[in-house]
Design a protein around this ligand. Structure first.
Ligand code: SF4
Length: 396
C-alpha cells in the first residue's frame, strides 16, 4: 500500500485563477476577471475548502495562495479565506501562510492588510530587473514597482520574502540576470526562486516563435551560465541552495513546497488545482466557469465528476517518486529515510540505479549514507529523474 494513503495532509494549496492581464509567456490557468467574478470565485473557493475540511479535518502547517494573482484579493478576502481554512481544518501554531503578489500598482498599499489577515510570507514576482524585459514579457509592472513592494513589505513586518526570477528571456544576458539577483538580494529577499523560460503552448510567445517573430532566445550554454550566476550570487550572499531552483537563508526555506518535494500529501482547492490525498493525485477541472458553478450551486460537495485527472499512486510509484522528487533537494535522499517512509529496505533495483548514477558522475554520496545530484547533474536533472522513473524492481 502507498504509505501516504493513510496520512492526513498538512498542507493546502489555493489556486486563485485570475490575473490583471495575461503575461505573454504564461500558460498557468488564469484569466482576467471582473471584481464581481472574483467575489464569486472567493465564495466558491470557501465552499470547496469547507467540503475538504469535512473530508480531512486535520490541522494544517502550511497554506499557499498561488495562481494566477492572489495579490488581487483584498485583505478582507484573504482574512475570510483564512477564517474558513481555520474553521475547516485548524491551523497549527506557527503555520506558514504564503501569498504570491505581483508588484503592480495597488499591491504595496495592501501588504499591511495581508499581514493582519494572517499572511506570514510573501512571494513576489520580480522576474527581471530591466523594464525592457518586463514590458516584452507583458508583466504589467516596472522594476520601481518591485522596489516599492519590497519596501512596503518590510514596513508591514514581513520577515520572509521570496522573489521569483525568470531567466532565458529573449535577448536577456547573464549580466542582466546577475543584476536581477542582486536587486532581489539588496531588497531583503530571504528566498529566491529562479526558473528558466519555456515557450509553452497557447502563449503569445509561442505564436510569435511560430511566426518567426520572437526576439532571439539565449542558447543552452548561456542559459546554463544564467543558472550558475543565480546559484553563485545567492550562495555568496549566504543563501543556501536547497532545491534545484530555490535558495534561502537558513530557516526561510519554503515549507509548503518542501511537502511536494518530500512527496508528502497535500490538499488543494480552486479551479485546476492539483492535490495528493489518500494516495491519489487529482486535478480539479480547469474549466473555471464549470468549477465556480459547481461550488456556488445548492448542496455542492466533493464530486469526482469535477476531477479531470485522477491517479492512484501505487506503492511502487510512490517509491520512484521518493527518488525523483527527493533528488530535487540538495539534502538528497537516503536509505534510512526510505525505510522510515515505506517501512521496508531500499529495493535492489533502485539502489542499483543510484550506484550506476554515482559511477556516471551524476550522483554523489551524502553524509547520511544517501545520494544527491552532483553539480554537473544540476543542469541535466531530468536525465537522472527519468532513470528512477524507468527503474524496474520487485517488492516483497
Ligand atoms: S505569470 Fe503570473 S501574473 Fe502573469 S499571467 Fe501568469 S499567472 Fe498571471
Amino acid at each position: 500500500m502507498n504509505p501516504y494513503a493513510a496520512v492526513a495532509p498538512r498542507a493546502l494549496y489555493l489556486h486563485l485563477a485570475f490575473c490583471r492581464r495575461r503575461c505573454r509567456y504564461c500558460s498557468f490557468l488564469s484569466r482576467v476577471m471582473t471584481q464581481s467574478e472574483r467575489d464569486d470565485y472567493v465564495n466558491a473557493l470557501c465552499c470547496e475548502i469547507r467540503a475538504l475540511g469535512r473530508r480531512d479535518p486535520a490541522p494544517l502547517a502550511t497554506v499557499y495562495f498561488g495562481g494566477g494573482t492572489p495579490g488581487l484579493l483584498t485583505p478582507g478576502d484573504v482574512g475570510r479565506i483564512l477564517e474558513t481554512v481555520e474553521a475547516a481544518f485548524g491551523l497549527l501554531p506557527g503555520a506558514e501562510i504564503t501569498l504570491e503578489v505581483n508588484p503592480g500598482g495597488e499591491t504595496a498599499g495592501k501588504l499591511k492588510g495581508f499581514a493582519s489577515a494572517g499572511v506570514t510570507r510573501l512571494s513576489v514576482g520580480l522576474q527581471a530587473a530591466q523594464d525592457s524585459h518586463l514590458a516584452y514579457a507583458g508583466r504589467g509592472h516596472s522594476v520601481a514597482d518591485y522596489v516599492r513592494v519590497c519596501e512596503a513589505a518590510g514596513r508591514a513586518g514581513f520577515a520572509s520574502i521570496s522573489s521569483d526570477i525568470l531567466y532565458g528571456l529573449p535577448r536577456q544576458t547573464p549580466e542582466e540576470v546577475a543584476a536581477t539577483v542582486r536587486l532581489a538580494l539588496e531588497l531583503g529577499s530571504s528566498h529566491l526562486s529562479f526558473y528558466s523560460l519555456s515557450i509553452d503552448p497557447g502563449t503569445v510567445f509561442e505564436r510569435l516563435e511560430q511566426a518567426g517573430k520572437l526576439d532571439p532566445l539565449p542558447d543552452e550554454d548561456t542559459e546554463r551560465e544564467m543558472y550558475a550566476v543565480c546559484l553563485e550570487l545567492a550562495e555568496a550572499a549566504g543563501l543556501g541552495h536547497y532545491e534545484l531552483s530555490n535558495a534561502a537563508r537558513p530557516g526561510h526555506e519554503g515549507r509548503h513546497n518542501l511537502v511536494y518535494w518530500h512527496a508528502e500529501p497535500y490538499q488543494a482547492a480552486g479551479a485546476g488545482a492539483s492535490s495528493y490525498t489518500g494516495g491519489v493525485r487529482r486535478r480539479t477541472s480547469s474549466e473555471i466557469g464549470r468549477w465556480m458553478e459547481h461550488w456556488l450551486g445548492p448542496g455542492a460537495d466533493l464530486d469526482t465528476d469535477l476531477f479531470e485527472e485522477e491517479e492512484a499512486v501505487s506503492r511502487l510509484d510512490a517509491m520512484r517518486e521518493f527518488f525523483w522528487l527527493g533528488l530535487r533537494l540538495t539534502e538528497g535522499v537516503s536509505p534510512a529515510r526510505f525505510e522510515e517512509v515505506f517501512g521496508a529496505g531500499l529495493p535492489a533495483g533502485l539502489r542499483q540505479t543510484a550506484v550506476d548514477l554515482v559511477a556516471e558522475g551524476l550522483l554523489e554520496g551524502t553524509e547520511s549514507g544517501g545520494w544527491r545530484l552532483t553539480r554537473v547533474a544540476l543542469d541535466i536533472a531530468n536525465v537522472v529523474f527519468r532513470r528512477f522513473l524507468l527503474t524496474e524492481f520487485d517488492i516483497h
